[in-house]
Write a protein that binds this ligand. Sequence first.
Ligand SMILES: Cc1cc2nc3c(=O)[nH]c(=O)nc-3n(C[C@H](O)[C@H](O)[C@H](O)COP(=O)(O)OP(=O)(O)OC[C@H]3O[C@@H](n4cnc5c(N)ncnc54)[C@H](O)[C@@H]3O)c2cc1C
Length: 578
Amino acid sequence: MTRYHTYDAVIVGAGGAGLSAALAAGKNVKTAVVSKLYPTRSHTGTAQGGMCAALANVEDDSWEWHAFDTVKGSDFLADQDAVDIMCKEAVTAVLELERMGLPFNRTPEGRIDQRRFGGHTRDHGEAPVKRACYAADRTGHMILQTLYQQCNKEGVEFFNEFFVLDLLMVEGTCAGIIAYELATGELHVFRSRSVLFATGGYGKMFKITSNAHTLTGDGPGVVYRKGLPLEDMEFFQFHPTGLYRLGILLSEAARGEGGILRNKDGERFMENYAPTIKDLAPRDMVSRAMFSEIKAGRGAGEDNDYLLLDLTEVDPEVVEKKLPDITEFARTYLDVEPLEEGVPVVPTAHYAMGGIPTTVDAEVLRDHRAETVPGFYAAGECACVSVHGANRLGTNSLLDIVVFGRRGGLAMTEYASTHPLPDVPEDAHEHAEKWLASLMEGDNPEPVADIRETLQQEMMDKASVVRNEDSLTQARDSIGKLAERYAGTRVRDRSKVFNTELTEHIEFGYLLDMAEALVVSALARTESRGGHYRDDHEMREDEHWLKHTFITKGDGGDPSLAYKDVTLGRYTPVERKY
Ligand SMILES: Cc1cc2nc3c(=O)[nH]c(=O)nc-3n(C[C@H](O)[C@H](O)[C@H](O)COP(=O)(O)OP(=O)(O)OC[C@H]3O[C@@H](n4cnc5c(N)ncnc54)[C@H](O)[C@@H]3O)c2cc1C
């Protein structure tokens, strides 16, 4: 049986972006959040290090310095109007969370404490600055709990463990969504005046990743299949300090508090790559430096294939009090005592800079000419506004999700108050129903898990920290073959109650789409910029490439590319030195 619901605002995803949007919309219009996970299990809850804002509580700071760092960190690909908005609104965003009850760490005077993070500097690159507000190494957990409580207080309705399958469009206008209830296998049609996607990232396409299993790009996948564009998909961030072999994240806060990266000879190698801010250089640079050290045979361990994060010179009390979770990870997963020895680390796939293109009010763009899709919004890691350009600075994502989630929620309120409820055809759910039925018909030739493992290894080997034409062409060809194999697979479990084989099957399809969009966009960009580093085109080339990539899946299924100019502002691109 299919059930029908009617709302003014429907938000897909209950991470920080979704809940910020829901809170802003829920105060004014009838709002629902639809999430495949129970809200507080969203990946935002694992964010450790902090959320930045130029509060200047501990050291001199200004939002302009923050904006400069963000633009420089982005390798000048960020849109500077969006960056200005984010850095200015950061201060109120943090103070509002504080007033809602978020337990930030405090200075002895009782103000919100702040710490250092990569790429955040004072006075345009002079020296690292303390800008990240934090709650030990559980900042995201606290943000998520705080926003969830407030949403409940405002009467936002939650549909938890509902898997969104499709977006409803009527004559080019967004009209709602279709969701599958995990506990019953029932379909639900949500008619709505406005819809916001906040479905998070898609790091699970890589073998070594800090991302949760559920980060499979469902939102951007639905958008891509609708023939709408995705922006800057070639830019995927590798975080320097994932636990060796596992990818589990050790927050950059470890280096912010004084941790140092060393090679097998004990050398502080970042001094050679970023002489001014060393270990606190942006992530793209540190990950590349680690890659170079390993390639030059200076990696530690029997296979010389990892580096060491040295916390032994940090005050043990600081380690225990401000970094309790990550030190415990090192003990539990690698049997290493961080107070006494270096922790083996490697770069780990961490953050998608690209995603669903939006305006600064989270309105989704229909094309590279900046036309929008009425009633449709996106925010958070699944979106590209673009404040992170080619490389995101640490602590700017928790900020992005709160600021642009809220702006999206406000824009939805305004739109929903002035537009009628779109008519939805009675058979709106039939397409989804037939799709699910087809996935459960016939025999399954091979497990999807095997195809997924191959994709993750291919992406790791051929499209990660270092790429070139050969590796990307091979990756593109492999993805094509994997997609053919995937198309022949079927779901063996035919039950209606918590059918995780079915949801994993669908999720993997989106991962394949994300991988295709990444590799095709990366092949075309014959330069190196931020997280996209090509050893066959090592230089950044502003003359040709100071522009955003828009990738669209055509009617025949083949992707096509278009480009949109970067919005510049106070800062003209210069060589990036740290
Ligand atoms: C380990 C780790 C540590 C991090 N630390 C920091 C940090 O210290 N500072 C910082 O700024 N950033 C950090 N980041 C990045 C930051 O946490 C994320 O980019 C951000 O939290 C993403 O928020 P979001 O709301 O966009 O998505 P998420 O929090 O990932 O939420 C996605 C939501 O979408 C829902 N969803 C997805 N698909 C569907 C579907 N098909 N149907 C229904 N619902 C769906 C999920 O249920 C979930 O509720 C970290 C990331 C990781 C992985």
